[in-house]
Design a protein around this ligand. Structure first.
Ligand code: ADP
Ligand code: ASP
Ligand code: MG
Length: 411
């Protein structure tokens, strides 16, 4: 008998019919002999609706009370799923994050899980019940409700799987696995049978929202077998996230990720002196804003332009902070743009192959797409381009690197 953690995302529990389908799927898994712990998200659109309600009162609503509000979305779906299971003759109990002691730090809206007490879940499993747990939420040491950041139910599922030493963590969603790129943007995208933790981590952190970054980190750290599957299709192998081994596909590039959530800020005409970068970046990091890509150009006149990207939600306050220090650092202008997108090629195969970056730039050049910023690491190349070229760029790169084809060297 195996212990499997299932996780169903918002679309998969978006209506009563769908919740009943999820219940039927769990009943079948139990009949096949598995013990099941289920994690569910809020019904699709619900978390956004709750955020909009909060913004109706305060456009910068955040922190403790926002978490009290957002956690209600998942409380609805756990109850409905447990009812559907009971109705189908399958004993079940639902729990909020606090009730199963998902202890987190106190970083409201982006809390990290510290510890999980599995005793209550064990008792239910031993009594033959399905355990249904609210995703995305926990409780801190003061007893306050916390949430884990958007997409956080994935992380709840992996953390429970690690705590319970489950045989597999299965993430059921509205696509049947991890693809070479978002299949909603490129219809020719190909499902991957397997992808390494390292590549999945890179894809997730570069914008592929199919798995929350922290869930992949957690699974890699605690060695949790992690699989992405469709909640709508009857069966299929999905995609297994795994450690690299010699039987894996020998692809140069395994995928293309993109991120529409960033914005660009530029401080131009600053005297090129020691400490300038520090002054500019500390103005935004003092606001707890994370900076992503950074480019600095120095002109012949010893003046420098400093450009970087931040999350779009942090754009307005970052712009304000930079304008406030512009005089002090002698900057000519502070400007910004939210209509940008970051497109990234990811692949462990890049380590051993030169020329990927130049081919990427050639493809974009041929399409008339201007590159605003570039950053590279061992297994990825990212560029920032105008948002209007996103689909064109991703499709052209997918074609040029022939990602629709099975790579050679696969068993
Ligand atoms: P859930 O609500 O189940 O958590 P998400 O919307 O968070 O689902 O994640 C699934 C979505 O991720 C898909 O609908 C798809 O559009 C998107 N996605 C982005 N990149 C990829 C990729 N490389 N492979 C598969 N899906 C991707
Ligand atoms: N409901 C939360 C969100 O929409 C968490 C999740 O779905 O994973 O981000
Ligand atoms: Mg998700």
């Amino acid at each position: 008998m195996a212990l499997i953690v299932h996780k169903y995302g918002g679309t998969s529990v978006g209506t009563i019919d769908r919740i009943q389908n999820v219940a039927a799927r769990i009943v079948r898994a139990r009949e096949a002999g598995d013990d099941i712990v289920v994690v569910v998200s809020a019904m699709s659109g619900e978390t956004n609706r709750l955020i909009d309600l909060a913004h109706g009162i305060d456009s910068r609503a955040a922190g403790r009370e926002l978490d009290v509000l957002l956690s209600t979305g998942e409380q609805v779906t756990i109850a409905l799923l447990a009812m559907a299971l009971e109705k189908a003759g399958c004993p079940a109990r639902s729990y909020t994050g606090a009730q199963v002691h998902i202890l987190t730090d106190s970083a409201h809206n982006k809390a990290r899980i510290r510890d999980i007490d599995d005793s209550r879940m064990r008792r239910d499993l031993d009594a033959g019940r399905v355990v249904v747990v609210a995703g995305f939420q926990g409780v801190d040491e003061h007893g306050s409700i916390t949430t884990l950041g958007r997409g956080g139910s994935d992380t709840t599922a992996v953390a429970l799987a690690a705590a319970l030493k489950a045989d597999e963590c299965q993430i059921y969603t509205d696509v049947d696995g991890v693809y070479t790129t978002d299949p909603r943007v490129v219809s020719k995208a190909r499902r991957l049978d397997r992808i390494t933790f390292e590549e999945m981590l890179e894809m997730a952190s570069l914008g592929s929202k199919v798995l929350q970054i922290r869930s992949v980190e957690f699974a890699g750290k605690y060695n949790v077998p992690l699989r992405v599957l469709s909640s709508f299709e009857e069966s299929g192998p999905g995609t297994l996230i795994t450690f690299e081994d010699e039987t894996m596909e020998q692809a140069l590039i395994s995928g293309i990720a993109f991120n529409r959530d960033e914005a660009q800020l530029t401080v131009s005409g600053v005297p090129d002196q020691p400490g300038v970068a520090y002054k500019i970046l500390s103005a935004v990091s003092d606001l707890n804003v994370e900076v992503d890509m950074i480019v600095q150009n120095v002109g012949a006149d010893d003046m420098t332009d400093f450009t970087f990207t931040v999350h779009r939600n942090d754009y307005e306050k970052s712009l304000e902070a930079l304008r406030a220090i512009a005089g002090e650092i002698g900057a000519r202008e502070v400007s910004g743009d939210t209509r940008i997108v970051k497109v990234s090629l990811v692949g462990v195969g890049m380590r051993s192959h030169a020329g990927i970056a130049s081919k990427m730039f050639e493809v974009l050049g041929k399409e008339g797409i201007n590159i605003r910023m570039i950053s590279t690491s061992e297994i990825k190349i990212s560029v920032v381009i105008d948002e209007k070229y996103l689909e064109l760029a991703v499709r052209a790169l997918h074609d040029a690197f022939e990602l629709e084809k099975e790579p050679a060297g696969k068993e």
